[in-house]
Ligand binder design. Structure first.
Ligand SMILES: *Cc1c(COP(=O)(O)O)cnc(C)c1O
Length: 380
């Protein structure tokens, strides 16, 4: 196998990160919380707007876990979760001793189908006598969920929505940032996301009170006493002042990163537009504006005479990293017994899709090369 020349999505530093890390070390704020954390949270609040309050935490997964806790999810509850996603969207449901109920996707956004969501809620109510305690939707690969449709249904049943925007920092639905529609939203700052803190996440909350409560649970649920008093289960989920320093530096290039991902997506779209059997995942209409965290394609095996795995192997031989789409969670052995409402859509995507290199280090000439290599795999 060739050495990797083009990675799927690499972290990229602005240069300012060093400044914030140095100031943390010089002021001896090498601890959880601290001035970088406060600055990073303020900048995230400005970025998302809509009077949201943001708590920076140790990972996107931790942020999701806190959102479920704040939504009152506990043992014996059911939580509806998009099936087409990374497992981190669902693992925190298990941490709470609750049961995920997977809901499949619609064909244009690739995200949770509002029709199936409604069916799932009504059927769970009929079978269990209870409404699901929360709904986790995912803006997968940065493509926004149809939030109006989802919120109409969720509001009708008064079920809180948690938006997993781990991949969707900078994506908008009807010009409003993903992560601000549901009761809670989360971002991830893992090494491969739109920006990084080396590892980290953020919980977007509807009020200062809820964001303070999130910090309480993220700080071992320590009660305000001079000694250590604990009345409920807590976690060690705070972000360190060093990691937040990286985040402050990254905020200075966030808009550049988003613009670059979108530019690369436009390159893929124009270079693959006329290739029969290959479709590039693209904003389905003007309401939906993806950050194109990863550019993704579907390969029709009948028309192209090839498939995603043959293309993936061919690209790997050239040193180009690509990756199959997320395997739907309802197909994961871990979730063999889990209730699901499926329509075949995510299974078809999984059978036909590929993620293509999209990070800040990928250039237009790389996209030209990658798309030419893809075209070589197609039956003449
Ligand atoms: C990355 C990711 C997460 C989890 O974020 P971490 O910071 O890695 O814990 C959750 N959901 C989705 C869809 C992701 O891609």
């Amino acid at each position: 196998m060739a050495d990797i020349k083009i990675h799927l999505c690499l972290a990229h530093m602005s240069g300012l990160e060093q400044h914030y890390i140095r100031s943390a070390i010089e002021s001896n704020w090498v601890a959880p919380l601290g001035p970088n954390v406060e600055k990073f949270e303020k900048e995230l609040e400005t970025f998302v707007g809509y009077d949201k309050h943001v708590t920076a935490v140790s990972s996107g997964t931790a942020a999701l876990h806190l959102a479920l806790i704040l939504s009152g999810v506990g043992r014996g509850d059911e939580v509806i979760c998009q099936s087409f996603t990374f497992i981190a969207s669902a693992n925190p449901i298990l941490y709470q001793g609750a049961t995920p109920v997977f809901v499949d996707s619609e064909t244009d956004t690739w995200n949770m189908s509002p029709l199936l969501l409604k069916k799932a809620i009504e059927e769970r109510l009929r079978i269990t006598g209870k409404l699901p305690k929360a709904i986790v939707v995912v803006h997968l690969y940065g493509m926004p969920v149809r939030m109006d449709e989802i919120m109409d249904i969720a509001d009708y049943y008064a079920i809180p929505v948690i938006e997993d925007a781990a991949e969707a920092m900078g994506s908008t639905y009807k010009s409003r940032p993903c992560g601000t529609f549901g009761k809670y939203g989360i971002f991830s700052f893992n090494g491969n996301k739109m920006i990084t803190t080396s590892g980290g996440g953020a919980l977007i909350c509807p009020s200062e009170e809820m964001s303070r409560k999130a910090l309480f649970y993220a700080t071992q649920a320590r009660e305000p006493f001079p000694y250590y008093q604990h009345e409920c289960v807590g976690y060690n989920y705070r972000m360190s002042n060093i990691c937040a320093g990286i985040g402050c530096g990254q905020m200075s290039i966030l808009h550049e990163h988003i613009a670059h991902h979108r530019y690369l997506a436009a390159c893929y779209q124009s270079l693959l537009r006329d290739v029969p059997g290959i479709s590039v995942h693209t904003n389905p209409d003007a309401d939906i504006s993806s950050n194109y965290w990863l550019s993704t394609i579907l390969i029709d095996p009948v028309i192209t005479g090839t498939n995603y795995e043959q293309i993936r192997k061919h690209l790997a031989e050239k040193g180009i990293e690509s990756r199959p789409l997320w395997k739907p969670l309802h197909l994961q052995p871990l979730f063999r017994e889990t209730p699901r409402y499926v329509n075949g859509v995510s299974e078809k995507f999984f059978a036909e899709g590929l993620c293509l290199p999209s990070g800040p280090y990928v250039q237009e000439k790389d996209v030209l090369w990658i798309t030419n290599e893809i075209k070589k795999c197609i039956r003449k």
